[in-house]
Design a protein around this ligand. Sequence first.
Ligand SMILES: *[C@@H]1O[C@H](CO)[C@@H](O)[C@H](O)[C@H]1NC(C)=O
Ligand SMILES: *[C@@H]1O[C@H](CO)[C@@H](O)[C@H](O)[C@H]1NC(C)=O
Ligand SMILES: *[C@@H]1O[C@H](CO)[C@@H](O)[C@H](O)[C@H]1NC(C)=O
Length: 310
Amino acid sequence: MPRPIFFAACSIISCLALLTSAAFDMSRPDNVAMYWGQKSKSSVPLAELCKNPNVNIVPIGFVSNYFPDNSSMKFNMADNCDAEHFACQALEPDIESCQQQGKIMLISLGGGDQPTPWQFADKGQAEAFAKLLYNSFLGGNDPKVTRPFGKAVLDGIDIDLENGQSDHFDEMIAAVQAAAKSNGDQKKYWVTGAPQCARPEPHLETALKTVSFDALFVQFYNNDCGLDSHADMSRFNFAAWHDLMQSSGVNKATKLYIGAPANSSEGSHYVDSPVLQKYIEATWANYSSAFGGVMLWDAYGAKGRCPVYV
Ligand SMILES: *[C@@H]1O[C@H](CO)[C@@H](O)[C@H](O)[C@H]1NC(C)=O
Ligand SMILES: *[C@@H]1O[C@H](CO)[C@@H](O)[C@H](O)[C@H]1NC(C)=O
Ligand SMILES: *[C@@H]1O[C@H](CO)[C@@H](O)[C@H](O)[C@H]1NC(C)=O
């Protein structure tokens, strides 16, 4: 696989442009994951985001909590739709069109604005949530469950807990897979996570050692181990993440992404594109088989910045 070049000089806007592959392929080193859903629809409609061939993975956020007492969940999508009442069916054609354009669409659990900590008390709660998740967003068809995106079937689950703990998430994922199997559903559901770069991770540590992740979008921002505008890599701990997956990861082939703020307004440790390209190249040079690409938080900030991502 050749050196992953994400940024190339652009003649029209006299700065850099994002330049990666068109279709998602988990084995490539140049995927771009871009979160969507927490900022105003007036900035980047989903359909517009998906016209961008550079974007390969769209985690949609967030399911911010699960309520075991009434088997319900808190779903939040800013003003993109009435997520509180699971009324986002207008997005069904946009999601399907994104998929037809070769992107994978994930439902993201957690987020930075979780009202109460996420905590499955036991396996039973994890399994009950798995059924709700499968029927709400994936291939399930329980008539008692409202599907927020209508018939659109998302491509997997992203775990981005920023409050609470990830105990029993392995049982939750296993129960999603079991629900699919008993439904005769052969679709591949991807499992990703978005840990803070801090070691140990404050919320996902259990999941990191028990869940088989296809990819981790490690957040190299809002933490001391984050990116540095001078490309000083002394605190950048990608190596620790690589070592963790090799020593304790369930899936030794988990792809690791460099997660970065798309815009200086969206997190500390923002770096511009030439600096991000330096991180990409240094990381890829050491870890060419584990390196999977870049995650950007989020589509809204990506639109505002120069270089223009969206
Ligand atoms: C379920 O319980 C939670 C927490 O008490 C509450 O906020 C939510 O509104 C309830 N949902 C439904 C559908 O009753
Ligand atoms: C790559 O490996 C070299 C040699 O071990 C090390 O000095 C450097 O910090 C590593 N860079 C990254 C980004 O991991
Ligand atoms: C961040 O986003 C805002 C709003 O979209 C935009 O005005 C600003 O220029 C962006 N910042 C950078 C560094 O691009």
